[in-house]
Design a binder for this molecule. Structure first.
Ligand code: ORX
Length: 476
């Protein structure tokens, strides 16, 4: 990692702090107006621990497109995940932190020729396909590629459907494509699918894994050495979302259809790993009362904040996300009808169409949870409103787990979480005016098991992060 500006480092919080208290400290520091994120690396570690416990046979290949933060990539590489890349730029981003090319799957079934050539040049030879055209391109540009056939299975309910664009018919197209690959002397090593992003239909995994079994058997009969099953993405990542139901279906189907230990089983989780790690704080910079002309009463209030659909909230348009504003201040209990709008001059720039909030003043903060997935990679500074900065924090347990686990190093971290450190920065040589606290020496875990163990404690800390704010129901 090219260590960037100080506040790109991960701030190690003292025991009295957590992501929630850091948000309050920054917001109430008196020097912050711009919107900002706090990213809690401990949340990512806890997600990884949960995955390893609940789906131990499934190796996660993090979907970089979901959030391509270098810090996220480095943390996940340190935890031992592999990576799902969709382009040569994503491949290069992952390789830049030192990940081995064999830990990447190029999981875009329709790849520009230059991207296939680049994958060949950098040694990323595992890639998906779902069409004749892709087979002919690979035959010409990368004939030794290890091909994974993507079949179509669509969740009945999903936040984002993908089957309209990718995945061949498992019964008609798939056998034909496998035979074409055989005739071209290309190597198919496995089967993949993606049931849809934000899947709310666990049984679809059973059907897809069952179909993959049939195609594994056909592939073997055609002479391919079928060795990889890719379960794609679709795992929920918001606070409180449960992996359990999907894990139960997946583990059962794997036991039934893929009992053999020598099949490499992977998945491509994206939002699962990052959604809940990022919390966005936005500032109310303007407001407008809507007046009932008949009696002059205020029918609703329009609040304008400094991030919107051209920034982080593009997820409302592209990811079909529903967002919930939570006031930072402890406000009165009287709730009033209102709407929340982004900062640009576009009438499209609306975050919440209609909700109930206590009266807010200019300068008050609205907090949005679960903002780590499909937000920042798409955000733009349209109208000149900056993309919010990310303050990254970690608790001591997480710091001790990661600080010596490459590609993470001590230099990725700064000790201290008070606002002064966050917005004034710390001198890297540790001469900054902060209270050092006693060094805590605990051997860094050296295996997955120890990652799982080390972070049991965090999961309690994680669950203790509650907002002393109004608990809002789902809005819009
Ligand atoms: O680009 C997209 O449309 C997003 N694709 C997600 C995706 C994932 C894994 N593998 C492949 C994908 O296309 C090939 C990750 O999915 P998830 O985050 O649900 O685990 C879908 C959503 C974008 N708004």
């Amino acid at each position: 990692m090219q260590l960037g500006k100080l506040d790109e480092r991960i701030h190690v919080m003292d025991a009295s702090s957590n992501a929630c208290s850091v948000i309050k400290d920054i917001a109430e520091s008196g020097v912050q107006e711009e919107a900002f994120y706090v990213c809690d690396i401990g949340d990512i570690i806890s997600k990884h621990k949960e995955w390893k416990i609940k789906m131990p046979r499934v190796q996660p290949y993090y979907a970089v497109k979901c959030n391509d933060s270098l810090t996220v990539i480095e943390v996940l590489a340190a935890l031992g995940t592999c990576f799902d890349c969709a382009s040569k730029a994503e491949i290069d981003r992952v390789l830049s932190v030192g990940v081995d090319p064999s830990h990447i799957i190029f999981a875009n079934p329709a790849k520009p020729a230059s991207h296939i050539r680049h994958a060949a040049a950098v040694g990323v030879d595992l890639m998906t396909f779902d069409s004749d055209c892709e087979l002919y391109k690979v035959k010409t540009l990368f004939p030794t590629a290890k091909l994974v056939l993507r079949i179509r299975y669509d969740a009945a309910v999903a936040q984002c459907q993908l089957g309209n664009k990718f995945g061949c018919d498992p019964d008609s197209d798939a056998p034909r494509l496998m035979k074409l690959a055989q005739s071209l002397d290309l190597d198919i090593v496995g089967i993949s699918f993606h049931v849809g992003s934000g899947c709310d239909d666990p049984p679809v995994f059973y059907k897809a894994i069952s179909a993959a079994r049939r195609l594994f058997d056909l592939g073997s009969a055609l002479g391919f050495s079928m060795s990889l099953l890719d379960l794609g993405g679709g795992y929920p990542g918001n606070k409180g979302a449960q992996l359990d139901k999907i894990a139960e279906v997946v583990n059962s189907a794997l036991g039934e259809f893929f009992p053999e230990p020598d099949v490499h089983i992977i998945a491509e989780p994206g939002r699962y790993y990052v959604a809940s790690a990022y919390t966005l704080a936005t500032n109310v910079h303007s407001k407008r009362d809507l007046i009932n002309p008949r009696d002059g009463s205020i029918t609703s209030v329009m609040y304008y904040v400094n991030d919107g659909v051209y920034g982080s909230f593009n997820c409302i348009l592209y990811d079909h996300m529903k967002v919930t504003p939570v006031p930072l201040k402890d406000a009165g209990l009287e709730m009033r009808p209102c709407s929340v709008w982004g900062p640009t001059c576009d009438g499209l720039d609306q975050i919440v169409e209609s909700t109930l909030l206590p009266e807010l003043d200019i300068g008050d903060w609205l907090i949005f949870d679960n903002m780590g997935a499909y937000t920042l990679p798409v955000a733009s500074p349209f109208n000149g409103f900056p993309v919010p900065k990310v303050h990254t924090v970690i608790d001591v347990q997480g710091w001790l787990l990661l600080k010596d686990r490459l590609p993470m190093t001590e230099n990725h971290f700064v000790i201290g979480n008070t606002p002064a450190n966050l917005h004034l920065g710390l001198s890297i040589d540790g001469q900054g005016n902060i209270d050092e606290w006693d060094e805590v020496h605990t051997p860094v875990s050296s295996s997955d098991d120890e990652i799982v163990e080390d972070h049991t404690s965090h999961s309690t800390v994680g669950s203790s992060i509650i907002y002393p704010f109004l608990q809002m129901g789902q809005v819009n």
